[in-house]
Design a protein around this ligand. Structure first.
Ligand SMILES: [Fe+2]
Length: 390
């Protein structure tokens, strides 16, 4: 008799994913269906004064007969200060519809600020896993403009504690946007380095969810599809920003990867990426690109059949080599030494990474010494092959 599959828990609290090229226009219908009268838009400051902001204002005006209040999210990773500012803009309006338009920072800001409306007190009081948070009655529609975080369907959000290197994690089913509106035409304005960085974040979500200890028969198909779509289409989106098929594939893949990691969690690459961002201000996607090939080379002995599946999805002889090849193809082939040049700083990074809860989800148990070795391997760009000989 064959072994019974492991038991699992799968959670998904987003209600609807809509995918349509130039589907932003559906905002009017969604607002009308919700009978919204007090819309608030949380938008990436990149779009301030531009045509997308004007279109969103007009669509909401036509459906609600009200002028939407706009709050623009600064071009930086959110912290408790920027969250409080967004909450202050929202709280005067008692919104019944909140539309978040932007990348992960914007969507996370909207998700946390909205729940503050129903959970009075300092924002940091809402942080942590397993908190029971009150729901807010508004409809939250998330419109991602980059393919990366998958925040439009995930139950979590991250923000820094202002004035410190601490990253706060927020998680609640009440935080998930009810509607994810995937309009890949909005991502064509992203510069190639943004496409590459956010795309590699999605790659890391897909791979880490796929090989996680908490991966299951429910999450694997989402992770596998995301890997195949990104392996094929991320390089095309990087080279040809206006390719509708590539942009759509990357956006759908980013969403699928988030559905997978929402239940399967992540691994060592994200454990390293968080302090790389907090201590050294390395953008999240780039931090994952620095970490994932070296982490995967470490993990390969524990990945079983999945090692070959990752290699095949990204077109390489081994999983690590395939991921290093993809990283080079999208212009992210740089080493850790550019950001963390000293041994002392690497040691601090290793110790900070080991504190992450994601370490426990990694397929191969890792010690502090293992982490030091991985960081050593990340110092200069590599082809993924050399490290497998360790
Ligand atoms: Fe990520």
């Amino acid at each position: 008799m064959s072994k019974a599959p492991d038991s699992f828990i799968f959670v998904h609290s987003n209600r609807r994913v809509i995918c349509a090229w130039e589907g932003l226009t559906q905002l009017a219908e969604l607002a009308a269906q919700a009978k919204a009268r007090r819309p608030v838009v949380v938008m990436d400051a990149f779009f301030q004064g531009g045509t997308i902001a004007a279109r969103v204002a007009e669509l909401l005006r036509s459906a609600t007969r009200a002028e939407a209040v706009f709050h623009y999210v600064p071009l930086q990773e959110p912290d408790t200060g920027s969250i409080e500012a967004c909450h202050a803009a929202m709280s005067g309006e008692t919104p019944d519809l909140i539309v978040a338009v932007g990348g992960g920072s914007t969507m996370d800001t909207a998700k946390i600020s909205r729940l503050m409306l129903a959970n009075p007190g300092p924002v940091q009081d809402m942080a942590g896993l397993g908190k029971r948070l009150n729901p807010h009655a508004s409809l939250l529609v998330a419109v991602p403009t980059t393919a990366g975080t998958g925040s439009e369907v995930s139950e979590s959000a991250i923000a820094g504690l202002a004035g410190s290197n601490v990253k706060l994690i927020f998680r609640s089913q009440e935080m998930t946007p009810q509607i994810a509106l995937l309009d890949a035409s909005l991502s064509t304005s992203a510069p190639p380095q943004v496409t590459a960085g956010s795309g590699y974040d999605a790659v890391t979500h897909a791979v880490e969810a796929y090989v996680s200890k908490a991966a299951s028969m429910m999450t694997d198909p989402f992770a596998e599809s995301a890997m195949h779509l990104l392996g094929r289409w991320l390089p095309v989106a990087y080279r040809e920003p206006n390719d509708a098929r590539a942009r759509t594939a990357c956006l759908v893949a980013s969403c699928q990867a988030a559905i997978a990691f929402n239940s399967a969690n992540l691994g060592l690459a994200h454990a390293i990426a968080a302090p790389l961002g907090a201590l050294h201000h390395v953008p999240h996607g780039l931090a994952n690109a620095l970490a994932l090939p070296a982490v995967t080379a470490f993990n390969e002995p524990a990945m079983g059949d999945k090692a070959q599946a990752v290699a095949a999805a990204f077109g390489g002889t081994t999983a690590a080599q395939a991921l290093a090849r993809l990283r080079a193809e999208v212009g992210l082939n740089i080493g850790l030494d550019e950001f963390v040049p000293s041994e002392e700083a690497r040691e601090e990074l290793a110790r900070a990474a080991m504190k992450s809860g994601q370490v426990r989800m990694n397929p191969r148990p890792a010690t502090l010494d293992d982490m030091r070795t991985i960081l050593q391997d990340m110092r200069t760009p590599f082809d993924g092959q050399a490290m497998l000989r360790r």
